[in-house]
Structures are given as structure tokens and as C-alpha cells.
Design a protein around this ligand. Sequence first.
Ligand code: DX5
Ligand code: ZN
Length: 217
Amino acid sequence: MPTIIAPSVLAADFGNLERDCKMVNSSDADWFHIDIMDGVFVPNISFGMPVLAAIQKQAQKPLDVHLMIVDPDRYVETFHKLGAEILTVHYEACNHLHRSLQLIKSFGMKAGVALNPHTPVQQLKDTIQDIDLVCLMSVNPGFGGQSFIEKTYDKIKELKQLFEDTKSNCLIEIDGGVTDQNAAKLTSCGADVLVAGSHVFKSADPLSTIKTLKNIN
Ligand code: DX5
Ligand code: ZN
């Protein structure tokens, strides 16, 4: 399967959001990655519903919404209405992860679970059959532009092993510090989706940066 590329809008120019969304529409990217931060689960606040509504108006590709918020069940329906096709919650933010996954699916969305760098993939052993996407955080969530944590390669392999052990399968997404320097190794370990913020939007030619990522295998 070709790698899915999901530019993270967090690194876009918010004064030119329409332009940047159109750039993603016309690029080889597959999804829009949308980072929602509440200033509680992570030490930063990104943007909320009105900005997502503006993105939704422009976006012609699926919205992959990454919730870095406490008690995400409160907003599952809201993000469905705002066009999320994939809705990812953090393992560390859910007291009842199984219930959260069922709630997301009840609205017809794909259910994702993100793991912080310190959370072992084994924690997903009992829910993996219910998950459509595992997002392995390759930085500590909260900010764009951080450097990639090398341990992530091992975690991809551990997740692949968990799939084998449990006879399950789902998409593996890598989020944080992804560049053309680590993309090939990530996909060869088993990554299906690469999120890239700064590397795309801060580059001189985002369209060709996306094309390069898309063609790395
Ligand atoms: C971090 C976010 C990422 C971030 C990635 O908390 O979840 O999606 O936007 O940004 P880069 O690619 O710049 O590390
Ligand atoms: Zn993200």
C-alpha cells in the first residue's frame, strides 16, 4: 500500500489558511492532519471549532483529527459534525478507552488511538481489535517542530508483533519530527501514515516536499 501522507495544518500560515489548504488539495497528500490541543492534556493550545470549520470548507481530502484533550468523549459528536473522518484520542486521556472507541465508531468515523512516547504499545493489547489507526507519537505532543524520537522505530516493530499475536491489523501513523531523512526507515519498519508539519509547511516548495515524502518507500 502506498504511504499515506498527512500534512499537519498546525504548521500552516494561519493568515493564509485558505491558500495553504488549497496547496494540500492540489498536492500528492492524502489527508489533512488536524491537531486539537486544550492546554490541559498538553502544555499548549492550538485552535478550536471555528478554525476547523474554516478548514473543512476548503479541504477536499479526509480530515484526520488528533485530539490532545482530556475527556475527549465530550466532543466526539462535535468533531463528527465538523467533518472528521478519522478521530484519534489519546490512550492517556481516556478512562474508558473501549467506550470512547465505540462512541467514535457510532458516528461512522474511523477510531484512532494515539500513544505518547512513554506509553508501551502493549497497553493496546485488549483494545487493538477495535482500533482502526494507532498513532505513535514520535515527539511529546503539544508542539510542532520538535526532533524525532529514535525509539519510535522499535515501537513500530512492537506494534507489528502485537498485530501478529492478536491476529489484528490497523493503520500505523507516525506523528512528530517526520522528514525525508527518516521517512524511508519508518515505512520500512511498517508505518502506513506519515504526519508532517514543519517539514512540509516551512519548506521552500511544500508541493515538492509532499511529493518526495509520497514517493519514499
Ligand atoms: C504534535 C502534533 C503533531 C505536529 C507535528 O503534538 O501532534 O501533529 O503538528 O509537527 P512536526 O511535523 O513539525 O513535528
Ligand atoms: Zn498530531
